[in-house]
Unconditional design. Structure first.
Length: 95
């Protein structure tokens, strides 16, 4: 069963590369924020999978919940900041 969790974790890391691409090269700030949020969500799942691999799910679930909360608050704060100060959409005729 550990093999399944390990392969799932490796697959999740490979999928995180796609979100990293969007976070770095997104055409708008909104795309970058969504990419960062997706990376944070996948990292939370990855932490739970690591807990399953090491048979310490209770500890890693606590860490994952704390990380998910911090990720959510950070993305909310960043989106609020860019909405008020910089504008979430591009200046070439976005929304």
């Amino acid at each position: 069963m550990e093999q399944v969790f390990l392969y799932s974790a490796v697959f999740l890391c490979a999928v995180m590369v796609l979100s990293l691409y969007r976070a770095i090269l997104g055409p708008t700030v909104l795309d970058r924020l969504i990419g960062v949020n997706a990376i944070g969500s996948k990292t939370t799942t990855l932490l739970v999978l690591i807990g399953l691999i090491y048979n310490r799910v209770d500890m890693f679930v606590d860490i994952a919940l704390a990380y998910a909360t911090l990720n959510f608050i950070a993305v909310l704060a960043a989106s609020r900041y860019f909405q008020k100060k910089k504008g979430l959409y591009d200046e070439t005729g976005g929304r």
